[in-house]
Ligand binder design. Sequence first.
Ligand SMILES: C[S@@+](CC[C@H](N)C(=O)[O-])C[C@H]1O[C@@H](n2cnc3c(N)ncnc32)[C@H](O)[C@@H]1O
Length: 285
Amino acid sequence: MTIELENIYRENCLETMSRMPDDFLDMTITSPPYDDLRDYNGYHFPVEEIADLLYRKTKPGGVVIWVVADRTVNGSESLTSFQHAFEFRRANFKVHDTMLYVKNNPIPSDCGKRYRQMFEYMFCFSKEQPKTFNPITEPTKSAGQKIKAFRITESGRGNVPDEDIGREIKSTRKVGNIFNYNVGTSSSRDKIAFEHPAIFPERLVEDQIKSWTNPGDLVYDCFMGSGTTAKIAHLLKRRWIGSEISQEYVDIAMRRLADHVEHDKILASATTKNGRKASISRLIN
Ligand SMILES: C[S@@+](CC[C@H](N)C(=O)[O-])C[C@H]1O[C@@H](n2cnc3c(N)ncnc32)[C@H](O)[C@@H]1O
């Protein structure tokens, strides 16, 4: 069984994962090709097998961040996102958090008698309880003041436990689980990335990798597309690995990564179309 880090394997992610040892990945962050919204040259993906394999290959305490939305078909939402969530739970993952990724500038579309669609789900599936959590925080408005809160209980307004009364409000608190990001050309400075039709906002990947991993941890993207996960993992000093079934997109990703690691060596391997993988492993460390 051979698997090299800092590679994008040009193949079905099932093949890449089948060569990984069990309990290997600290984190996966990915956006699957759902509901045939885009053709991706006809590639399809079996979510059951992917969920099972991701469970085996994730370390205890590791997480999968699964970014997905629904298509509206015949006037009704597909609920693919929730089908995926149930599938991951069947595969033994815990549904640790259901976060939302809200688009500041969604693509305008005529959505009929419904509000503009402007978010995607960002599920955090965990194998047991997450072993790492570095929460993003924000300043509080009333730092230093005493807590005067009341609590809603089953029978109405209830007392705050004695130990909480008079406790000082801290200067920071965890941000909420709704994240806002720009999409489109303001989501990355890498022009080449937009040759792929559906890229992640870089900030989204940065926030999630920082939250659930530490430097040196291994991050996987089973649908690597234009290489956003690889780029951000590299910049954050995490190890990384990816799968991408389309040679065209592997080439885009490698050309994009060339701007962030040593230029010429990456280009040399990216333009070799015969080999299965495009390697930049020797450039990292
Ligand atoms: C939504 S895009 C991912 C985009 C990526 N997050 C980015 O920032 O560029 C999904 C990608 O999955 C790839 N894909 C589809 N089926 C696959 C499979 N079975 N294994 C690996 N990649 C696959 C498609 O070619 C497409 O590039």
